[in-house]
Design a protein around this ligand. Sequence first.
Ligand code: ZN
Length: 428
Amino acid sequence: MHSDEYLTFIHKNKVCTYIMPNPSILVNTKGDYIGTDTNVFYPIRTLIFPNVPYTDTKYKPAYLTWYESKKRSSPKLIVPITNVFEHLYQIPPLDGTELPLSEVSKKDSIWDAQRHRTEQVGDIYGYEPEFERYHERMTDCSTFLAYGFNDDGLKLKNANFCRVRHCPVCQWRRSLLWKSNMYVAYEEIKDKYPKGRWLFLTLTIKNPPIGDLRETLKHMNKAWDRLVKRKAFYSVVDGWIRTTEVTRPKQKKKKKSDPDVICPIFGNTHAHPHFHVMLFVKPSYFSTGYMSQQKWSELWCDVLRVDYQPIVDIRSIRAKKGETKEDAIKNAVMETLKYSVKPDDMVGDGSKKANEWFYELTRQTFKLRFVASGGVLKNALKRDDDITNDDLVNTGKDEEESETDDRRLVFTYAKIKHRYLYNPKYNQ
Ligand SMILES: [Zn+2]
């Protein structure tokens, strides 16, 4: 029975009734008050602490004081469920209740935005019959998320991924996987070559028309192959990872801090392909093998076989203020492996011309590999073709740290709301 003031439910074969003082109160997994949300109509707190009088104490877990004081006199007292996920599993909310994933797990709130991006990009594919199939696959991408749970929170255990190359969700999951691959490689290398140093290199080429992108990328790849065979390179570089990024050409900035604005002239006609490279170099790089930015630019110009000076950026990865060396390297890894095409650039200004650019980009990059590595990092990143649905679910080592049992809480994507909602009817 459920009314405005009373909530009655069965818990461990006992009927529990609780007066609902405030139906929109939220607690964290420890039972502490964390706030109210008018969008959440599910009285988590009242459910977790059956028969516990509500107090106004904001941060004090009222149930605990109450439970401990009563336990002595009545040893058979029901143990309150103090884990919110356990609770959601055992006592699902009433029908019609909306419980967003972002409200029960902060770390998973990123899903809403990522999935919304997939929807936007999928819709663009939907306007073009040639890409109808991508549209369908993306519509069905990551529509359900099945989580295991324990005291530490939720652990993603299953989800359905479409694996369309430019799907923002799949691209994000892939980059998480590669990041974690790279952290593992970094740990190994650090022990084997404690004196090695890291550099971050960006290589560009003159922006080609979008219709020439494929040829341009092939040309850049060949140039890279020539580069790694140069003595100046291989005599100091022990390992590297390289990613290809393609962006829409941006307007020239007046100040460095100005926001990125897509170029109104070339934004829909040209592409800006470039390489991001992390180089693992011998300590001798900084003495005998050192190359200035100018030298790198000349070398890249030479292997690229062009008659202009391409823009090149080289910097050593070092910790900024308040950062450890490890943080700095992890940030560089993140920067390198972030995405091959920014979701913002896929969408552009939303015009028909902007969509045409994205269709052409899709054709031009079909089956091209955007990630490569060599030297001691040769096998650091899992090959794109070998990445499975499971890899996109379990993207990191830390996910495995705390085990969960076989029970699953399921959240499904509500397209109209642009968010994931708890959907206990699919629980396992
Ligand atoms: Zn996808």
